[in-house]
Design a protein around this ligand. Sequence first.
Ligand code: NAD
Length: 397
Amino acid sequence: MIVKPRIKGFVCITSHPKGCYENVKRQVDYTLANSKSSSRLPKRVLVIGSSTGYGLSSRITAAFSGKADTLGVFFERPPKEDKPASAGFYNNYAFESISAELGTSVHKSVNGDAFSDSCKQEVVELAKSMGGKFDLIIYSLASPRRIDPLDGQIHKACLKPIGAIYKNKTLDTDRAELKDITIEPASSSEIDSTIKVMGGEDWALWTDLLLQENLLAKDCLNIAYSYIGPEVTQPIYRNGTIGRAKEHLEHTASALNTKMIQQCGGQAFVSVNKAVVTQASSAIPVVPLYVSLLFKVMRELNNHEGCIEQIVRMFNERLYGEEEKIPVDESGRIRLDDWEMSNEVQCEIINQWSKITSENLNSMTNFEEYQNEFLKLFGFGFDNVNYEEDVDLVSPF
Ligand code: NAD
């Protein structure tokens, strides 16, 4: 079948297997070229949310920096003869086949709902069959909903301000036009539901189970990802419903840290990462416009990064760097958003923000780059992939 992008709002409902392979291959090549060796690099790694975005880059970095065995967990749609799989499914397929070609280490995957008890049990069994304890856990889920395993209740996350109406300009990415948005504040039950989905409760359940099953090695690191972001997105992000969930995640990190020190000698952290284009971030109002401007500002300062550059830096300079202790901020968080949040970058964002219009969008921001990055998430727009060629959707390579 010939596969073309079909974009609906902030998602692309098709994906190209060969382009997804290219996306993974480029990240592998970047890791091989830029990882620093260290005797402390992890040997067995569990990545929860491993098929796209930050989780995929984390798995690639673990596998190709220190040749770790990895176990990846994700929730992706498999292909049919006439319907492509979701991009994350093909990314995982590509990851497994590139790892097999390079003959590095052992990689197993679980495609299931990470919030469920059955998925957690499957991971425990698989981990035991892989023969040992994990020395790194990455928790990188981004999900719009969660079924609570205790009572079966469905919780939905929402992206809303708290306490006041939020008005700003946002980008209609389909029409390449700026428009005004007004978002009503969240109710208290919407705040609670968002915390249930994106807060730290599920991360704590995973950690408790892995400790109970004796699957965490001495010195194991347990990392969940968070975001803070700039002034322009504060009311909808950090001070909004998702921000409350991230605060909960950060409090959970400190409780899990205490528990891990006592029970296995390990540590738990939140890593605050920079804004990048992923399936999750493209769904957040205002963020695509902010990211388009951020790309331009950071490219001009020559410190632009995507997911793989951030995670390789996290391994090289934070988790397994030269410093004996992992460098953290005053709240105990790892900061990979340090370049994004620098005064130099943020002053420029504030200066430029009010001047952007639909007419000057392409000259004042890197919106074109944003669009290209968005397409690449789904395997489209790679110059060395022939998109006119028929591709087998079920066994593409
Ligand atoms: P993403 O959408 O690219 O990836 C989400 C992953 O979660 C995928 O592997 C998906 O399969 C998996 N997943 C979703 N629901 C699942 C379920 N029920 N069971 C199993 N797997 C499931 O997201 P992302 O942007 O990489 O976000 C990952 C983390 O990084 C989030 O905590 C996010 O807040 C954080 N973060 C993102 C950004 C950004 O700009 N994208 C910045 C800083 C921090």
